[in-house]
Design a binder for this molecule. Structure first.
Ligand code: FAD
Length: 276
């Protein structure tokens, strides 16, 4: 029996080779028996077709697959059409997000925030979908203040979310505080920590800068000092992220959601060390 509830996140491949690579990644991760896997979309919902194709491909393997659905830049009609399509394919699990518009492009759309998307889905589709929403233990990068962000988060959950996946973080205390604060404000759904394996220093710093996740100085400096020595980066990253997961599991988190970036090795190595 697997005592840790695992889920894995993938992005929709753009090429036939990418599709094959993702299938191989799934095959390597399958023995870990994820509860579900999720599939992202590109900025402004640009790869919604890729998301659908990938989710359908995964569902055929008997794995529960949850598409990410964003509302920014979309009309209610187009969202209804996408959600109907997922329902027609028997998909019952989604990750509902506001998303981001590509910089300087496009209209906001009819639904401005993820909370409005959750309300829309509940109003139109009742309880058909299990809805995940995003949480930000280090706060959303555009938020006006921590308190404002938390109030918006609570509103989003209360609009009808079943569960939360967090942005990745390396400061466990930020997550614990976030969960405490949310629970004090009446959030009683599971808040599953998002885990980013470390395999590449410059990519990690770029992603973290964009999404507002802090890479602790000691971690960044050590990673930087390895230069092109990818083996040392991987080995150190494995230690850091496994320690983080152990601390989280010690506090009885409801699961771990891995941002796999469509690769199996790093996620598998962490889970094996955790005995998952
Ligand atoms: P929201 O919850 O709507 O919040 C966005 C901002 O608006 C916050 O600052 C919030 O405080 C503020 N806000 C909310 N409600 C109000 C209100 N009523 N009034 C004023 N301000 C308000 N991006 C992708 O491009 N593709 C993906 O597949 C993807 N998947 C993700 C999965 C997870 C688990 C996470 C954590 C993030 C993901 N993202 C993805 C990134 C996400 O799209 C961005 O972080 C986006 O900027 C916010 O989406 P949200 O659903 O969290 O927005």
């Amino acid at each position: 029996m697997n005592p840790i509830e695992l889920s894995f996140e993938f992005f929709p491949p753009k090429t036939a080779e990418g599709v094959d690579k993702l299938r191989a990644t799934r095959a390597q991760l399958a023995p870990l028996k994820p509860k579900f896997v999720s599939v992202t979309f590109g900025a402004g919902g640009s790869t919604q077709q890729g998301t659908l194709d990938t989710v359908v491909d995964i569902a055929k393997e008997g794995i529960e697959a949850a598409p990410h659905v964003s509302c920014i830049g979309s009309s209610k009609d187009s969202l209804r059409a996408i959600l109907n399509e997922y329902r027609a394919h028997g998909i019952r699990h989604i990750v509902a997000l506001r998303g981001d518009l590509p910089s300087g492009m496009g209209e906001v759309g009819e639904l401005r925030y993820a909370s409005e998307l959750v309300s829309f889905i509940r109003a139109e589709f009742g309880d058909w979908f299990w809805i995940e929403v995003a949480g930000y233990p280090e706060y959303h990068p555009q938020s006006r203040s921590p308190r404002h962000d938390m109030d918006n988060f609570v509103r989003k959950v209360k609009a009808g979310a079943n569960s939360v996946i967090t942005q990745y973080f390396f400061n466990a205390d930020a997550y614990f505080r976030f969960v405490d604060d949310a629970q004090k404000l009446g959030v009683d759904v599971p808040i599953v920590p998002g885990i980013m394996p470390i395999t590449n220093y410059s990519q990690l710093m770029r992603f973290s800068e964009m999404c507002g996740a802090e890479v602790p100085r000691w971690v960044a400096r050590r990673l930087e000092s390895f230069g092109d020595d990818r083996e040392s980066i991987r080995a150190f990253g494995l230690d850091v992220v496994t320690d983080l997961c152990e601390r989280l599991l010690g506090a009885k988190v409801p699961g771990l959601h891995f941002y796999t970036l469509n690769g199996a090795a790093a996620t598998k190595a962490i889970c094996e060390r955790l005995n998952a």
